[in-house]
Design a protein around this ligand. Structure first.
Ligand SMILES: [Zn+2]
Length: 327
Protein backbone atom coordinates (compact mmCIF):
# COMPACT_ATOMS: atom_id res chain seq x y z
CA UNK A 1 0.00 0.00 0.00
CA UNK A 2 1.33 3.38 -1.01
CA UNK A 3 0.15 6.44 0.88
CA UNK A 4 0.83 9.99 -0.15
CA UNK A 5 0.20 12.81 2.25
CA UNK A 6 0.19 16.37 1.00
CA UNK A 7 0.14 18.24 4.25
CA UNK A 8 -0.19 21.83 3.13
CA UNK A 9 -1.22 21.74 -0.48
CA UNK A 10 -2.34 25.11 -1.77
CA UNK A 11 -4.31 25.06 -4.97
CA UNK A 12 -6.00 27.75 -7.01
CA UNK A 13 -9.05 27.33 -4.83
CA UNK A 14 -6.97 27.64 -1.66
CA UNK A 15 -7.82 24.26 -0.23
CA UNK A 16 -5.40 23.19 2.42
CA UNK A 17 -4.98 20.03 4.40
CA UNK A 18 -5.77 17.65 1.58
CA UNK A 19 -4.87 14.00 1.92
CA UNK A 20 -4.86 11.45 -0.86
CA UNK A 21 -4.48 7.76 -0.39
CA UNK A 22 -3.44 5.48 -3.20
CA UNK A 23 -3.37 1.74 -3.49
CA UNK A 24 -1.03 -0.18 -5.76
CA UNK A 25 -3.53 -3.00 -6.27
CA UNK A 26 -5.84 -0.77 -8.27
CA UNK A 27 -8.26 -0.43 -5.39
CA UNK A 28 -10.07 2.67 -4.23
CA UNK A 29 -8.17 5.90 -3.61
CA UNK A 30 -9.88 8.40 -1.33
CA UNK A 31 -9.23 12.09 -0.99
CA UNK A 32 -10.19 14.27 1.99
CA UNK A 33 -10.16 18.03 1.96
CA UNK A 34 -11.18 20.86 4.25
CA UNK A 35 -13.75 22.95 2.42
CA UNK A 36 -12.77 26.57 2.04
CA UNK A 37 -15.70 27.85 4.13
CA UNK A 38 -17.99 26.29 6.70
CA UNK A 39 -20.70 24.00 5.29
CA UNK A 40 -19.15 24.34 1.84
CA UNK A 41 -20.46 27.90 1.42
CA UNK A 42 -19.04 29.98 -1.41
CA UNK A 43 -18.18 33.10 0.63
CA UNK A 44 -18.49 34.78 4.03
CA UNK A 45 -20.31 37.90 5.18
CA UNK A 46 -20.21 39.68 8.55
CA UNK A 47 -22.35 42.48 10.00
CA UNK A 48 -20.72 44.62 12.68
CA UNK A 49 -22.21 47.41 14.77
CA UNK A 50 -20.19 49.94 16.76
CA UNK A 51 -20.74 52.03 19.92
CA UNK A 52 -23.73 50.18 21.46
CA UNK A 53 -26.15 52.65 19.82
CA UNK A 54 -29.72 52.66 21.09
CA UNK A 55 -30.89 52.11 17.47
CA UNK A 56 -29.06 48.75 17.47
CA UNK A 57 -31.45 47.59 20.17
CA UNK A 58 -34.54 49.26 18.71
CA UNK A 59 -33.99 48.83 14.95
CA UNK A 60 -31.15 46.52 13.97
CA UNK A 61 -31.49 43.53 16.29
CA UNK A 62 -35.23 42.94 15.64
CA UNK A 63 -34.57 42.83 11.88
CA UNK A 64 -31.62 40.44 12.32
CA UNK A 65 -33.71 38.24 14.58
CA UNK A 66 -36.54 38.05 12.04
CA UNK A 67 -34.07 36.58 9.56
CA UNK A 68 -32.12 34.40 12.00
CA UNK A 69 -28.92 36.34 11.25
CA UNK A 70 -26.06 37.10 13.58
CA UNK A 71 -24.72 40.61 14.11
CA UNK A 72 -21.67 41.48 16.21
CA UNK A 73 -22.09 44.46 18.54
CA UNK A 74 -18.94 46.31 19.61
CA UNK A 75 -20.04 47.72 22.93
CA UNK A 76 -18.81 50.53 25.20
CA UNK A 77 -20.33 49.57 28.57
CA UNK A 78 -19.03 52.75 30.25
CA UNK A 79 -21.01 55.07 27.98
CA UNK A 80 -24.49 56.57 28.08
CA UNK A 81 -26.04 54.70 25.11
CA UNK A 82 -25.15 51.33 26.66
CA UNK A 83 -26.48 52.39 30.07
CA UNK A 84 -29.67 53.64 28.41
CA UNK A 85 -30.36 50.04 27.29
CA UNK A 86 -28.39 48.23 29.97
CA UNK A 87 -31.07 45.68 30.76
CA UNK A 88 -31.46 44.77 27.08
CA UNK A 89 -27.68 44.46 26.51
CA UNK A 90 -27.10 42.46 29.67
CA UNK A 91 -30.19 40.31 29.96
CA UNK A 92 -32.12 40.13 26.69
CA UNK A 93 -29.85 40.39 23.66
CA UNK A 94 -27.35 37.64 24.66
CA UNK A 95 -30.21 35.10 24.32
CA UNK A 96 -31.01 36.18 20.74
CA UNK A 97 -27.88 34.67 19.14
CA UNK A 98 -26.13 38.03 18.66
CA UNK A 99 -22.42 38.35 19.48
CA UNK A 100 -20.58 41.11 21.33
CA UNK A 101 -17.18 42.58 20.55
CA UNK A 102 -14.87 44.72 22.67
CA UNK A 103 -14.81 48.39 21.57
CA UNK A 104 -13.16 49.51 24.87
CA UNK A 105 -15.06 50.52 28.00
CA UNK A 106 -15.39 54.26 27.31
CA UNK A 107 -14.36 54.88 23.66
CA UNK A 108 -12.09 57.70 24.86
CA UNK A 109 -8.92 56.33 23.29
CA UNK A 110 -5.74 55.46 25.18
CA UNK A 111 -2.52 57.30 25.97
CA UNK A 112 -0.66 54.48 27.74
CA UNK A 113 -0.54 50.70 27.75
CA UNK A 114 -1.99 50.75 31.29
CA UNK A 115 -5.02 52.70 30.08
CA UNK A 116 -5.59 50.23 27.27
CA UNK A 117 -5.25 47.33 29.70
CA UNK A 118 -7.97 48.81 31.92
CA UNK A 119 -10.27 49.72 29.01
CA UNK A 120 -9.92 46.26 27.45
CA UNK A 121 -10.39 44.42 30.74
CA UNK A 122 -13.47 46.37 31.86
CA UNK A 123 -15.18 45.85 28.50
CA UNK A 124 -14.33 42.13 28.51
CA UNK A 125 -15.68 41.85 32.07
CA UNK A 126 -19.04 43.25 30.94
CA UNK A 127 -19.15 40.95 27.91
CA UNK A 128 -18.40 37.96 30.13
CA UNK A 129 -21.12 39.06 32.56
CA UNK A 130 -23.62 39.29 29.68
CA UNK A 131 -22.66 35.79 28.48
CA UNK A 132 -22.20 34.28 31.94
CA UNK A 133 -23.24 30.81 30.73
CA UNK A 134 -20.07 30.72 28.61
CA UNK A 135 -17.77 29.99 31.50
CA UNK A 136 -14.87 28.77 29.39
CA UNK A 137 -11.95 30.88 28.17
CA UNK A 138 -12.69 32.13 24.65
CA UNK A 139 -11.64 34.59 21.97
CA UNK A 140 -13.41 37.96 21.77
CA UNK A 141 -13.38 40.27 18.75
CA UNK A 142 -11.79 43.69 19.23
CA UNK A 143 -12.68 46.81 17.25
CA UNK A 144 -10.42 49.77 17.98
CA UNK A 145 -12.50 52.95 18.48
CA UNK A 146 -12.04 55.50 15.72
CA UNK A 147 -11.57 59.27 15.93
CA UNK A 148 -9.84 59.16 19.32
CA UNK A 149 -6.15 59.15 20.34
CA UNK A 150 -4.33 55.82 20.34
CA UNK A 151 -0.88 56.70 21.61
CA UNK A 152 0.63 53.28 22.23
CA UNK A 153 3.06 51.24 20.13
CA UNK A 154 1.99 48.26 18.02
CA UNK A 155 3.89 46.01 20.43
CA UNK A 156 1.99 47.40 23.44
CA UNK A 157 -1.28 47.09 21.53
CA UNK A 158 -0.59 43.44 20.61
CA UNK A 159 0.46 42.55 24.17
CA UNK A 160 -2.85 43.76 25.64
CA UNK A 161 -4.89 42.05 22.92
CA UNK A 162 -3.07 38.78 23.61
CA UNK A 163 -3.47 39.11 27.39
CA UNK A 164 -7.27 39.31 27.07
CA UNK A 165 -7.72 36.80 24.21
CA UNK A 166 -8.79 39.63 21.90
CA UNK A 167 -8.55 39.30 18.12
CA UNK A 168 -8.48 42.53 16.12
CA UNK A 169 -11.24 42.58 13.51
CA UNK A 170 -10.78 43.59 9.86
CA UNK A 171 -10.51 47.40 9.49
CA UNK A 172 -13.77 49.36 9.76
CA UNK A 173 -15.56 49.48 6.43
CA UNK A 174 -18.99 51.00 6.05
CA UNK A 175 -21.47 53.77 5.50
CA UNK A 176 -21.01 56.72 5.09
CA UNK A 177 -17.20 56.56 4.73
CA UNK A 178 -16.54 53.69 2.32
CA UNK A 179 -20.08 53.02 1.10
CA UNK A 180 -22.31 55.91 0.04
CA UNK A 181 -25.30 54.44 -1.79
CA UNK A 182 -27.62 51.46 -1.48
CA UNK A 183 -26.15 50.00 -4.68
CA UNK A 184 -22.63 50.22 -3.29
CA UNK A 185 -23.79 48.49 -0.13
CA UNK A 186 -25.45 45.65 -2.05
CA UNK A 187 -22.39 45.24 -4.25
CA UNK A 188 -20.40 44.20 -1.17
CA UNK A 189 -22.36 40.94 -1.20
CA UNK A 190 -21.73 40.34 -4.91
CA UNK A 191 -18.03 41.07 -4.48
CA UNK A 192 -17.69 38.56 -1.65
CA UNK A 193 -19.50 35.92 -3.73
CA UNK A 194 -17.47 36.64 -6.89
CA UNK A 195 -14.18 36.34 -5.04
CA UNK A 196 -15.25 33.51 -2.73
CA UNK A 197 -13.85 35.53 0.16
CA UNK A 198 -15.03 37.42 3.26
CA UNK A 199 -17.05 40.61 2.95
CA UNK A 200 -18.35 42.79 5.77
CA UNK A 201 -20.22 45.99 6.52
CA UNK A 202 -19.75 47.98 9.70
CA UNK A 203 -22.46 50.25 11.08
CA UNK A 204 -22.84 53.04 13.58
CA UNK A 205 -26.48 54.11 13.99
CA UNK A 206 -29.18 52.24 12.08
CA UNK A 207 -32.19 54.42 11.29
CA UNK A 208 -31.07 57.02 13.88
CA UNK A 209 -28.22 58.02 16.25
CA UNK A 210 -24.92 59.03 14.56
CA UNK A 211 -23.30 58.29 11.17
CA UNK A 212 -26.59 56.55 10.68
CA UNK A 213 -27.32 54.09 7.88
CA UNK A 214 -30.85 54.78 6.57
CA UNK A 215 -33.30 52.01 7.43
CA UNK A 216 -34.12 51.22 3.78
CA UNK A 217 -30.43 50.58 3.03
CA UNK A 218 -30.08 48.33 6.05
CA UNK A 219 -33.17 46.31 5.12
CA UNK A 220 -32.03 46.03 1.49
CA UNK A 221 -28.68 44.61 2.64
CA UNK A 222 -30.34 42.07 4.95
CA UNK A 223 -32.75 41.04 2.19
CA UNK A 224 -29.88 40.58 -0.25
CA UNK A 225 -28.02 38.46 2.30
CA UNK A 226 -31.14 36.40 2.92
CA UNK A 227 -31.63 35.80 -0.83
CA UNK A 228 -28.07 34.45 -1.00
CA UNK A 229 -27.99 32.57 2.30
CA UNK A 230 -27.48 29.17 0.64
CA UNK A 231 -24.19 30.42 -0.80
CA UNK A 232 -23.08 32.68 2.05
CA UNK A 233 -21.78 31.88 5.49
CA UNK A 234 -23.21 34.80 7.49
CA UNK A 235 -21.19 34.81 10.66
CA UNK A 236 -19.26 36.75 13.29
CA UNK A 237 -15.57 37.76 13.15
CA UNK A 238 -14.42 35.21 15.75
CA UNK A 239 -16.02 32.24 13.98
CA UNK A 240 -14.50 33.48 10.70
CA UNK A 241 -11.09 33.89 12.34
CA UNK A 242 -11.26 30.44 13.93
CA UNK A 243 -12.27 28.67 10.71
CA UNK A 244 -9.55 30.40 8.73
CA UNK A 245 -6.87 29.69 11.35
CA UNK A 246 -7.86 26.07 11.84
CA UNK A 247 -8.14 25.47 8.08
CA UNK A 248 -4.59 26.71 7.64
CA UNK A 249 -3.22 24.81 10.61
CA UNK A 250 -4.86 21.44 10.14
CA UNK A 251 -3.36 18.57 8.22
CA UNK A 252 -5.12 15.37 7.30
CA UNK A 253 -3.53 11.99 6.85
CA UNK A 254 -4.99 8.65 5.84
CA UNK A 255 -4.53 5.93 8.40
CA UNK A 256 -6.23 3.06 6.59
CA UNK A 257 -8.68 2.57 3.81
CA UNK A 258 -10.59 -0.19 2.11
CA UNK A 259 -13.68 -0.35 -0.09
CA UNK A 260 -15.83 -0.41 3.05
CA UNK A 261 -14.02 1.90 5.45
CA UNK A 262 -11.79 4.98 5.42
CA UNK A 263 -9.87 6.11 8.50
CA UNK A 264 -8.28 9.55 8.65
CA UNK A 265 -6.43 11.57 11.23
CA UNK A 266 -6.67 15.34 11.78
CA UNK A 267 -3.80 17.25 13.31
CA UNK A 268 -4.59 20.85 14.23
CA UNK A 269 -1.71 23.03 15.45
CA UNK A 270 -3.96 25.82 16.81
CA UNK A 271 -4.41 26.25 20.58
CA UNK A 272 -7.12 23.67 21.27
CA UNK A 273 -8.55 25.64 24.20
CA UNK A 274 -9.47 28.58 21.93
CA UNK A 275 -9.81 27.06 18.46
CA UNK A 276 -12.69 24.63 18.70
CA UNK A 277 -14.93 25.48 15.75
CA UNK A 278 -15.92 22.44 13.67
CA UNK A 279 -14.39 22.34 10.19
CA UNK A 280 -16.31 21.11 7.16
CA UNK A 281 -14.61 18.17 5.45
CA UNK A 282 -15.34 16.30 2.23
CA UNK A 283 -14.11 12.76 1.63
CA UNK A 284 -14.46 10.95 -1.68
CA UNK A 285 -15.84 7.42 -1.40
CA UNK A 286 -16.05 4.34 -3.62
CA UNK A 287 -18.76 4.68 -6.29
CA UNK A 288 -21.20 2.22 -4.78
CA UNK A 289 -21.48 4.00 -1.41
CA UNK A 290 -24.91 5.52 -0.77
CA UNK A 291 -24.79 6.17 2.96
CA UNK A 292 -22.11 6.07 5.60
CA UNK A 293 -21.43 6.56 9.27
CA UNK A 294 -18.89 9.11 10.47
CA UNK A 295 -17.41 8.30 13.85
CA UNK A 296 -15.42 10.88 15.81
CA UNK A 297 -14.65 9.69 19.31
CA UNK A 298 -18.00 8.80 20.92
CA UNK A 299 -19.97 10.77 18.34
CA UNK A 300 -21.45 8.86 15.42
CA UNK A 301 -23.58 10.34 12.64
CA UNK A 302 -25.13 8.84 9.52
CA UNK A 303 -24.92 10.84 6.32
CA UNK A 304 -25.81 10.39 2.65
CA UNK A 305 -23.07 10.09 0.03
CA UNK A 306 -23.75 12.31 -2.97
CA UNK A 307 -21.71 12.56 -6.16
CA UNK A 308 -19.11 10.17 -4.78
CA UNK A 309 -18.34 12.17 -1.67
CA UNK A 310 -19.59 12.77 1.83
CA UNK A 311 -19.52 16.22 3.42
CA UNK A 312 -19.39 16.39 7.21
CA UNK A 313 -18.53 18.49 10.17
CA UNK A 314 -15.37 17.58 12.06
CA UNK A 315 -14.16 18.83 15.39
CA UNK A 316 -10.50 19.82 14.94
CA UNK A 317 -9.75 18.32 18.35
CA UNK A 318 -11.13 14.88 17.51
CA UNK A 319 -8.08 13.48 15.76
CA UNK A 320 -9.31 10.16 14.30
CA UNK A 321 -12.34 9.87 12.06
CA UNK A 322 -13.73 6.56 10.83
CA UNK A 323 -15.98 6.63 7.76
CA UNK A 324 -17.83 3.40 7.15
CA UNK A 325 -20.15 2.40 4.32
CA UNK A 326 -23.69 1.36 5.23
CA UNK A 327 -24.91 -1.33 2.80
ZN1 LIG B 1 -16.75 53.54 17.74
Amino acid sequence: MKTTILSTLTTATMLTGIAFAGNDNGQFESKTEILKWKDGKQAVFMLEFDDSCVTHVKNAIPELQKRGMVGTFYINPGNGPFKNQENAWENEIPATGMEYGNHTFTHKGVLTKEEFDKEAKQCNDTINKCFSQRNKRRLISFGRPGGVPWEISNEENSAVLKKYDLVERPAFFGYPFHVKTKDEMLQLVDKALDKGEMGHHDFHGVGGDWLSTPMDMFIALLDKLETNKDRLWITDPISYHKYLTERNETTISIIKESKKQIEIKLTCKSDSELYDLPLTLATTTPENWRKCTIQQGQLKTTLPVAGGRVVYSANPLTSEIIIKSIP
